[in-house]
Design a protein around this ligand. Structure first.
Ligand code: 5GP
Length: 187
């Protein structure tokens, strides 16, 4: 991990801060869904860490499912063109669905996912996102449960990657500019 840590210029949200906010979100969700059995829908791969930790903080009988989507664009910027690579395993009609997303940048990926799931007649659909960029507020669907608002910077760690690396960092941080330059030269 020391090589990975070395590539990080700044830690935006430390591991303890992440866990304590996730615990608060879990308690809030537990209260709001009392008497229900929500279906948590995680968006692969970035939301995996968040989904695992969040689900353990929800004191209800939850079910878990995953979707994988591809957003087209450069490695650090989404274009909002989305394709489903892996769909849910089961139908969601009549279920209380909580979409669990890692980060909302433009919000276009999330909008596509929510519209797509809404067509399948769930009883309710809400969104829980760990991170939202400040600029997302204008274009994104409403986030019902938000971990942190962050500046408009490309971040890695706690599930989020750059070129598939850094997902296993326990915190959210910003990479040194040289990391991008080096990987472009390598390509
Ligand atoms: P949006 O459609 O909201 O612009 O982008 C959403 C997706 O783009 C996220 O689910 C994530 O996969 C990716 N993304 C957006 N911003 C970042 C970022 O700062 N870091 C990383 N690693 N991925 C991001």
């Amino acid at each position: 991990m020391s090589d990975l840590n070395h590539d990080v210029a700044q830690i935006l949200i430390g591991a303890d801060e992440l866990q304590s906010r996730i615990s608060e979100l879990g308690q809030q969700i537990t209260r709001d869904y009392a008497g229900k059995e929500p279906l948590l829908v995680g968006v692969l791969k970035g939301a995996v860490m968040f989904m695992v930790d969040l689900s353990r903080q929800i004191d209800l009988a939850v079910e878990i499912d995953f979707m994988a989507v591809s957003s087209y664009g450069s490695s650090t910027q989404s274009l909002g063109v989305v394709r489903i690579l892996k769909d849910l395993d089961r139908a969601i009609d009549g279920r209380d669905v909580l979409v669990v997303e890692d980060i909302v940048d433009t919000g276009l990926t999330l909008r596509y996912i929510v519209d797509n799931l809404r067509d399948r007649c769930p009883a309710s659909i809400r969104i829980c996102a760990l991170l939202q960029k400040q600029k997302a507020r204008a274009t994104s669907p409403t986030i019902d449960y938000l971990g942190f608002e962050i500046p408009d910077q490309f971040v890695v760690g706690y599930g989020l990657d750059y070129a598939e690396r850094y997902r296993n960092l326990p915190y959210v941080g910003v990479l040194r500019p040289e990391v991008y330059q080096t990987s472009q030269v390598e390509k």
